[in-house]
Design a protein around this ligand. Structure first.
Ligand code: NAP
Ligand code: GDD
Length: 341
């Protein structure tokens, strides 16, 4: 019998790549979708016609219990979140509810449906394996570089705080109830399906617009911030490997290499044969109330224990995104109504 996976956040960047990967591995894939007519789902249908859809919301405990009861998954990947860091200051409570409390609701749905009682301890029978999408944002103001599984957390945004709550809760359910519950501490990962508000996609779309004469400048915030950027298609494979491991453990996933936003802009404009300094304008209003200056992964544990390695380099990723956006806009898509799918 095919293994059955339930993915929250299936309409997001990672959800789509993970669903593709699991379908390739022979899984039966179910996606949790919220709202009455989620437009991202109807677009995704073109890509993932084999995914089965269930309605539910990380804000609604009852809906999650019903979904787990109905789907009876072997594996649950909790990718749903408010994931854009600046939005977490504007809607801090919503971020806490979805990105933080949503983890609790999903874990409770699994616990209740597996019949694991409080105080029972020990391994649960018929275990549903649970993956939590933790984030390098939890490291925030970093205490050491590179960051590994033992590095202390100092989150710098309501998003990072909510993720830290979900991370500790996942560990706690593993320790309290013997659940196979793990967190992947993933560093930034990108693709042509990345939301347009994140800096890599904002830059690749900006470059494509400028190259095609649709815009004259690109406004960016802090050019000195440094991130460890990888390709989303590589990272979802690590999620799957974590749930297939013999023991439930948390892993840092990243490339181990950092680039600044300035270097990102330079590489992206160069990929289109342009000089970034002629077009990039810095804008103070895009700076954050508290910045994460640098993030850099130490992925040694994932390499040693899971055999996981990133395949796509930074330069390949940037070229892939710029080329995809040039194709997208050349095909006549209205830049204000583009469709990353
Ligand atoms: P994304 O593209 O922003 O997708 C977020 C998903 O969450 C969407 O499918 C969205 O659905 C869903 N969602 C939002 N509110 C929800 C709710 N109330 N109930 C159920 N689903 C809800 O994010 P991503 O880049 O794929 O990232 C996936 C996960 O990994 C997120 O948890 C993110 O925080 C985490 N993460 C990402 C990175 C990265 O670099 N990409 C790094 C570390 C961790 P709608 O279509 O309905 O809006
Ligand atoms: N979005 C954006 N827009 N960021 C900018 C801009 C801009 O115009 N200019 C500079 N930046 C800087 C930000 O200040 C930040 O330091 C860096 O670029 C990356 O910003 P984002 O691409 O928005 O990503 P993020 O690092 O805040 O968060 C992403 O990665 C986390 C993992 O570290 C998200 O995917 C999170 O959900 C994820 O957890």
């Amino acid at each position: 019998m095919a293994r059955r996976a339930l993915i929250t956040g299936i309409t997001g960047q990672d959800g789509s790549y993970l669903a593709e990967h699991l379908l390739e591995q022979g899984y039966e894939v179910w996606g949790l979708v919220r709202g009455q007519a989620n437009p991202r789902m109807s677009r995704m249908r073109r890509l993932l016609s084999d995914v089965q859809v269930v309605r539910g919301d990380l804000l609604d405990q009852g809906s999650l219990i019903s979904v787990v009861e109905r789907v009876q998954p072997d594996e649950v990947y909790n990718l749903g979140a408010i994931s854009f860091v600046p939005m977490s200051w504007e809607q801090a409570e919503l971020t806490a509810e979805v990105t933080g409390m949503g983890v609790l609701r999903m874990l409770e749905a699994i616990r209740v449906c597996s019949g694991v009682s409080r105080g029972a301890g020990g391994p649960a029978s018929g275990q549903i394996r649970f993956y939590q999408a933790s984030s390098s944002e939890m490291f925030g103001q970093v205490s050491e570089t590179p960051q590994n599984e033992a590095t202390a957390f100092h989150p710098r945004s309501p998003y990072g705080v909510a993720k830290a709550y979900g991370h500790f809760l996942t560990q706690n359910y593993r320790e309290s109830y013997g659940m196979f519950a793990v967190s992947g501490i993933l560093f930034n990962h990108e693709s042509p399906r990345r939301g347009a508000e994140f800096v890599t996609r904002k830059v690749s779309l900006g470059v494509a617009r400028i190259k095609l004469g649709l815009a004259g400048e690109l406004r960016l915030g802090n050019l000195e911030a440094r991130r460890d950027w990888g390709f989303a298609g590589d990272y979802v494979k690590a999620m799957h490997l974590m749930l297939g491991a013999a023991k439930p453990e948390d892993y840092v996933i990243g490339t181990g290499r950092m680039k600044s936003v300035r270097e990102l802009a330079e590489a992206a404009f160069a990929a289109a044969g342009l000089d970034w300094e002629r077009y990039v304008v810095t804008d103070q209003t895009l700076h954050r109330p508290a910045e994460v200056d640098l993030l850099c992964a130490d992925p040694k544990k994932a390499r040693a224990q899971l055999g996981w390695e990133p395949r796509v380099s930074f330069d390949e990723l940037v070229s892939m995104m710029v080329d995809a956006d040039l194709r997208l806009l050349t095909n006549g898509t209205d830049p204000d109504d583009y469709d990353p799918w």
